[in-house]
Design a protein around this ligand. Structure first.
Ligand code: XIL
Length: 371
């Protein structure tokens, strides 16, 4: 009797076991970027306050499904964190770091020293004159040790200095440079390391496929290393466009940074589908229609070209996956890209991996194995 009973149950038990293993379970079947590329590198995106605070559930779903690393697009910049002397606003950055921890994501800090989104009080006195080197050093040290120290052990790595060089390889004439000269970079790395000796430290910049800037960054890596300062990686922003840069020049920069002894992170990847200057190749000013050519939808031919070029960059990152340890896109869906307002406000751009319906673009579907 007992034996018959078990025999009758057996088929049901087998079906139950198969169901457990079967990819028909929605979660297991789900294709995700982090599953598809996680063996190559971390795959990251930026958050904004609406996502962090639960006011944008559509983006939140995409972030949690596809990405395992996060950067906040603005909450950790100087002006947001520390708008006035002695006044810190940590609510948004605290919530951002918690979001990462609750979802098992690698949290990246962006950024400690940058000439933009930098409040005047840091570098100028009340008469508008630049402050002394000693005053700026003290402010930098205090800011960096407070911010990096607060997230010690929780933020995996920091963009310590952002955009210090011009494309001709010279130092940008930022207030930091004007006051402290070249020394502001090693000082920033030193202060960050003192505040969290285990945090990774990065130098971050854009348009680094340009030879002179590439060379300047290689020199900087050498100088920091020669002084025994920690630098783990160069962050290549990778705000690229349809005709700039050449993929092979981008590749040369990855190689050059790897040869200089650091890892490479793609930190702000997006590709505008729109004109990046307001004049045509003949110098004629572009009309409003030419500047914003796809207010409703990208035509198929433009979209195919965009996807093909993005795939070329992606394949390049994979080719160097022993060097490239993270690829972060600068935003979740096209709706929220900063490029809708930069360099000209109020346009409709298509620069990210997910469209305005939060669906993956064609080349992303290929990566996911859905095409
Ligand atoms: C942009 C953000 O996306 C915007 O939300 C913000 O208002 C301005 O800055 N290089 C960088 C980023 O290092 O911090 C910039 O982010 C884009 C260019």
């Amino acid at each position: 009797m007992k034996r018959i009973h078990i025999l009758l149950l057996l088929p049901m038990m087998i079906v139950a076991c198969l169901n457990e293993l079967s990819p028909a379970m929605p979660d297991e079947e789900e294709t995700t970027l982090k599953k598809a590329v996680g063996h190559h590198f971390l795959i990251g995106t930026t958050l904004n306050n609406a996502i962090v605070n639960g006011r944008d559930p559509a983006s939140d779903r995409v972030v949690k499904r596809h990405f395992n690393a996060i950067t906040h697009g603005y909450a950790m910049k100087f002006a947001m964190l520390h708008p006035a002397e002695g006044r810190y606003l940590f609510d948004e950055s605290d919530a951002f770091v918690r979001y990462g921890e609750q979802n098992g994501m690698t949290v990246i800090g962006h950024c400690l020293v940058w000439h933009k989104q930098l409040p005047d009080w840091v570098v100028r006195d009340k008469d508008g004159n630049l402050v002394t080197p000693e005053a700026l050093k003290a402010r930098m040290r205090e800011h960096i040790s407070t911010v990096v120290g607060r997230y010690r052990g929780r933020v995996k790595g920091w963009d310590v200095v952002n955009e210090a060089f011009l494309e001709d390889g010279s130092y940008r004439q930022s207030p930091y440079y004007e006051i402290l000269g070249e020394e502001f970079i090693p000082l920033a790395f030193q202060y960050a390391h003192e505040a969290d000796p285990d945090a990774e430290l990065y130098y971050n910049d854009g348009n680094m496929a340009v030879t002179k800037r590439r060379e300047a960054v290689v020199r900087l890596i050498g100088q920091l290393k020669a002084r025994g300062l920690r630098i783990d990686a160069v962050g290549m922003q990778a705000h690229v466009s349809m005709n700039f840069p050449k993929v092979e020049n981008f590749e040369k920069s990855i190689q050059a940074f790897a040869d200089a002894g650091v890892k490479v992170m793609i930190t702000e990847w997006d590709m505008t589908a729109l004109p990046t200057t307001d004049t045509g190749s003949d110098g004629r000013p572009l009309t409003p229609e030419e500047l914003d050519p796809y207010p409703e939808k990208m035509p198929d031919s433009a979209s195919q070209a965009w996807n093909a070029r993005m795939k070329q960059f992606f394949d390049l990152f994979v080719k160097y996956s022993d060097v490239v340890t993270r690829v972060t896109v600068w935003g979740v869906s096209d709706i929220d890209s900063w490029l809708n307002d930069f360099p000209f406000p109020g346009r409709t751009d298509y620069p990210l991996l997910f469209d305005r319906e939060y669906q993956p673009k064609t080349f992303v579907r290929e990566i996911l194995g859905e095409e």
